[in-house]
Ligand binder design. Structure first.
Ligand code: BG6
Ligand code: MG
Length: 215
């Protein structure tokens, strides 16, 4: 088997938290009279909390003080934590559990490569935690996707070469990170936004791992 591990992004790939991030940023933007669009939100996917705020402030042409930014980051995360507080296994995206079972049976290692500092809480609440051999999240990296750091640390932690890894991503920045790390990338979502991916699927429903993981 040429490929030995599957590295998964979390938000928007395994669980539908992308909608909660969007909601929390949208509400925050309203405080400085800014209405975040769906297209702009696409560019925030996979991007760290701090960098997301910086992007929104730049779009809004708003120069905030350091203190203001720190307060808004806390506020955004508090709202996000409220939104995810009742998450449960029903919020695992369709087909994900079946796909994880297939790759486990095929002998692939399974790791998380997420920008989120809240990843472990979400994995716990949804019952996904036991599937993972390794978790690299926003607390363990210093560079945000599209930098490949999160996935390279994943490969290293599993004791594998980057080119033995396959990344699953819903974000443009995440697919770029995988490619920059010399890994295969499977895009989950729309071909238009994920054109750099080696393969693109709309979701995991009915996906046959043996077929998908042929490159
Ligand atoms: C990524 C999300 O997974 O995590 C981004 O796609 C988010 O939208 C980033 O900004 C950081 O998440 P958190 O939970 O640390 O604010
Ligand atoms: Mg994502």
């Amino acid at each position: 088997m040429k490929y030995k591990a599957c590295l998964f992004d979390l938000d928007g790939v395994l669980v539908d938290t992308a909608i909660y991030h969007f909601q929390a940023w949208k509400n925050l933007g309203k405080q400085f009279g800014y209405e975040l669009t769906v297209e702009q939100n696409e560019q925030l996917k996979g991007v760290s909390r701090v960098e997301s705020l910086n992007k929104i402030l730049a779009w809004a042409n708003y120069s905030a003080t350091h203190e203001q930014k720190a307060a808004w980051l806390t506020e955004k995360n508090e709202e996000y934590l409220r939104l995810i507080s009742n998450m449960n296994p029903s919020e695992i995206l369709p087909g994900v559990l079946e796909f994880l079972q297939q790759i486990k049976d095929l002998g692939y290692k399974i790791a998380l490569g997420s920008a989120s500092k809240n990843a472990e809480i979400i994995l716990e609440k949804t019952g996904l935690l036991p599937w993972f051999d390794l978790i690299i999240d926003g607390n363990k990296v210093s560079k945000s996707k599209p930098d490949p750091e999160v996935f390279l640390k994943g490969a290293e932690g599993l004791g594998l070469a980057p080119d033995a890894c396959i990344v699953f991503e819903d974000a443009q920045a995440g697919v770029e990170a995988a490619k920059a790390g010399n890994m295969k990338a499977v895009g989950i979502g729309e071909a238009l936004t994920l054109s750099l991916a080696d393969k693109i699927i709309p979701n995991f429903v009915g996906v046959k791992a043996v077929e998908l993981l042929q490159f």
